[in-house]
Ligand binder design. Structure first.
Ligand code: ARG
Length: 563
C-alpha cells in the first residue's frame, strides 16, 4: 500500500475475505478509492502492480468494480500445511493476553439444575477452554445461588432431619425433593415458619452456629453439582465457587456508595437505581431495586458487588456473563449502573445470552408430569441410548471399551447440541437428532476422527506410516480443498475467542469433516500407487485428525479411539 500510495497508507487494511470466485479477495480498493478520490479499478490495478506475492499466489485478477481475486499456489498451501502439522498449536495464534472472568453454570443450592443450567455450563466451559488455549487468563466464577431468604427454612429443615439422614442425602441426589419438604413445613406455618424467619436473621447476622449448618447444607449440594460436572466432563471445581454469599459483607457499602453518588434514590421505601433508557410498559422507568423496604438486599445488589469485584479486584479486561437470555435486561442495568458508578475503567462486561432449551411441545423442556427434568437422569439416558447403538454396531469389542465409547458419544452428543446452535437461539432437545451419525452432530465428528485414526492405524500395521516431516503435496482438487480448509483453523479459534461464539468452531469442524470425506472419496490413501503420494495423503489425514481432536477438545467433547 505504501509503495502504491505513499507511507501514510502503510497500515491500510487489505480487507481480505474468502471469495466465491477465487480463494480470497482483497476489497481494499473501494475504501481507498474514496479516500484518494480515484476510481476503484485504478486503485486495484495500482495495488496489483506493487504486489509481490509470486511465492504465495498463483493468480491475481482484478474483477468487478475493483476487487482483487487471489488464488493461492498449491505448493504454498502444502508448505503451510507442513508447518501447521509441525506446530503444536496447529496454527492457533496467541493474541494479546487478557484477564477474563467467566460467569457460568451458577446453579442454586437445594435446587435441581435444569437444562438452562446445563447449557450455560457447557457453553461457558467451552469458552473457558478456548480462551485459555488462546493464552488468556481465564478466571472461572461459579456464581451459585447459596444465599437469601429460603435458606432459613432449608437450614431449619436440615436441622430437623439431621445431617446424616436419608432426607439430607437427597440434597446430593434429588435436591428438589429436599426443597419441597422444607417448603411444605414452612407453608404449614406455625413454629417452623417462625424459626425459619429467625434463622434468616441469624444467617445474615453471621451467627457462628447458623453458618456451620449453612456450610453443611452448601457442602451437600456441592456433592450434587460435582457429580453432574463429572458426568459432563466440565472443568469446574470447588475452587471456582464464588457464590452469592461471598458478596454479603459488602452489600451495605455498595448501597451507600451508589446513594452517595446520586445513582440510587429511595422510592416507596426501597433504595432503587433508575436508569435512562430502561423503561417498561407505558414508558414507566424500571427500577433496579438494591435494598428492599424491609432492609434486605437482593439478586441485583449482589450482581453489582460482583461486577465491582471482577473489574477492580480481578482486573478483568472482559467479563463473560454466560447466562440465560431472560436475564438480559437485568444484566444491562447492572452493567450500566457499574459504568455510571465509575467501577469499570477499561473492563468490558459482555452478556453471552443463552437461549432456552425446548421440549418437543415448543415449551421449556419438562418431564411429562410437568416437573423439571432431572439433569442426571437426562445424561444417563443419553449414555444409555449411545450404548444401545454401540453394542449393536460393535459387539466384538470388549464391554469396558464399549462403555467408554458410549459415555463419550452420549455426553458428547448432548454437549455438542448445546454448542452447535448460536448460543442465543432457542432449540428443541431431541435425542434422535443429537445422537445421529450424520449432520452437524457430536457423534458425526467423533466418527470422522475415529475413522481417520483407523486409517493411520492400518498404515502403521502395513508398515507404510509416513515418516515425520514428510511433505504434503497438493495436486488433486480434493487435496487442495482439504489443505485450504485445515489452514482456517487458527483464524476460527481466534474468532471464537473474540466473539465468544463456540458455534463457529462447530460449523468449521463440521465443514472440515465433510471436506475430508470428499477428499477420502476422491483420493485413495492406503491404496495410492505412488508411495510419495500415499505418505503425503497420510500426512493430510494426520493433520485433519489433529485439528478435529483439538477442536473437539476446545468444545469439551472427547474423541474416542474407535467407534
Ligand atoms: N443462579 C442464577 C440462576 O439460576 C444464575 C446466576 C447467574 N450469574 C449472575 N451473576 N447473576 O438463574
Amino acid at each position: 500500500m505504501a509503495a502504491a500510495f505513499g507511507p501514510e497508507y502503510a497500515a491500510a487494511d487489505p480487507v481480505i475475505r474468502p471469495s466465491q470466485f477465487a480463494d480470497f479477495q482483497a476489497n481494499a480498493a473501494l475504501p481507498l478509492a474514496k479516500r484518494l478520490g480515484r476510481k476503484p479499478r485504478d486503485i486495484a490495478t495500482a495495488i496489483a502492480g506493487q504486489l509481490q506475492v509470486e511465492d504465495i499466489c498463483r493468480e491475481v485478477e482484478i474483477s468487478g468494480p475493483g476487487f482483487l481475486n487471489l488464488t493461492l499456489r498449491d505448493d504454498w498451501i502444502g508448505l503451510q500445511a507442513d508447518r501447521q502439522l509441525a506446530d503444536a498449536r496447529l496454527g492457533v495464534p496467541t493474541p494479546t493476553p487478557q484477564r477474563i472472568p467467566i460467569d457460568y453454570s451458577a446453579p442454586n443450592v437445594a435446587k435441581e439444575m435444569h437444562v438452562g443450567h446445563l447449557r450455560t455450563t457447557v457453553v461457558g466451559d467451552s469458552l473457558a477452554r478456548t480462551l485459555g488455549h488462546l493464552g488468556h487468563t481465564v478466571i472461572r466464577q461459579n456464581h451459585i445461588g447459596d444465599w437469601g431468604t429460603p435458606f432459613g427454612m432449608l437450614i431449619e429443615h436440615l436441622l430437623e432431619v439431621g445431617e446424616d439422614s436419608a432426607d439430607a442425602a437427597l440434597l446430593a441426589t434429588d435436591p428438589n425433593a429436599f426443597y419441597q419438604a422444607a417448603r411444605e413445613k414452612f407453608d404449614g406455618g406455625g413454629d417452623f415458619a417462625d424459626r425459619a424467619r429467625l434463622r434468616v436473621v441469624s444467617l445474615q447476622g453471621g451467627d457462628a452456629d447458623t453458618l456451620t449448618i449453612w456450610t453443611d447444607l452448601v457442602d451437600l449440594s456441592k456433592g450434587y453439582f460435582n457429580r453432574i460436572y463429572a458426568q459432563l466432563g466440565v472443568t469446574l471445581t470447588d475452587a471456582d465457587l464464588m457464590g452469592e454469599s461471598r458478596y454479603n459483607d459488602v452489600l451495605a457499602d455498595i448501597c451507600d456508595e451508589l446513594e452517595a453518588k446520586g445513582l440510587a434514590v429511595v422510592s416507596e421505601g426501597a433504595l432503587c437505581v433508575f436508569l435512562e433508557g430502561f423503561t417498561g410498559r407505558e414508558g414507566k422507568p424500571v427500577p433496579l431495586i438494591i435494598r428492599k423496604s424491609d432492609g434486605g438486599y437482593g439478586y441485583g445488589t449482589t450482581d453489582l458487588a460482583t461486577i465491582k469485584y471482577r473489574a477492580q479486584q480481578l482486573h478483568a479486561d472482559r467479563i463473560a456473563y454466560v447466562i440465560g437470555s431472560p436475564q438480559h435486561l437485568h444484566l444491562q442495568m447492572v452493567f450500566t449502573t457499574a459504568r455510571l458508578a465509575g467501577w469499570l475503567g477499561g473492563t468490558e462486561p459482555i452478556h453471552v445470552q443463552i437461549g432456552n432449551v425446548l421440549g418437543s411441545d415448543g415449551k421449556i423442556l419438562r418431564t411429562r408430569s410437568g416437573a423439571p427434568v432431572r439433569l442426571g437422569a437426562l445424561l444417563d439416558e443419553a449414555v444409555e441410548r449411545a450404548s444401545a447403538v454401540v453394542d449393536t454396531a460393535r459387539p466384538e469389542l470388549d464391554p469396558a471399551v464399549r462403555a467408554e465409547i458410549a459415555q463419550a458419544v452420549g455426553i458428547g452428543a448432548v454437549k455438542y447440541a448445546d454448542l452447535s446452535v448460536a448460543h442465543d437461539t432457542e432449540y428443541t432437545f431431541d435425542f434422535d437428532r443429537m445422537l445421529a451419525l450424520s449432520g452437524n452432530t457430536g457423534p458425526y465428528l467423533q466418527y470422522a476422527a475415529a475413522r481417520i485414526r483407523s486409517i493411520l492405524r492400518r498404515a502403521a500395521e502395513q508398515g507404510v506410516a509416513a515418516e515425520p516431516g514428510t511433505a504434503i503435496l497438493i495436486d488433486e482438487k480434493a487435496e487442495r480443498a482439504l489443505g485450504l480448509g485445515l489452514l482456517g483453523f487458527g483464524a476460527t479459534v481466534e474468532e471464537v475467542g473474540e466473539l465468544l461464539e463456540p458455534h463457529r468452531l462447530c460449523a468449521y469442524l463440521f465443514r472440515l469433516a465433510q471436506t475430508f470425506t470428499a477428499f477420502y472419496d476422491a483420493c485413495p490413501v492406503l491404496k495410492a500407487e505412488d508411495p510419495q503420494v500415499r505418505a503425503s495423503r497420510l500426512q493430510l489425514c494426520a493433520l485433519t485428525l489433529a485439528v478435529l481432536v483439538q477442536g473437539l477438545d476446545l468444545l469439551g467433547v472427547t474423541s474416542p479411539e474407535q467407534m
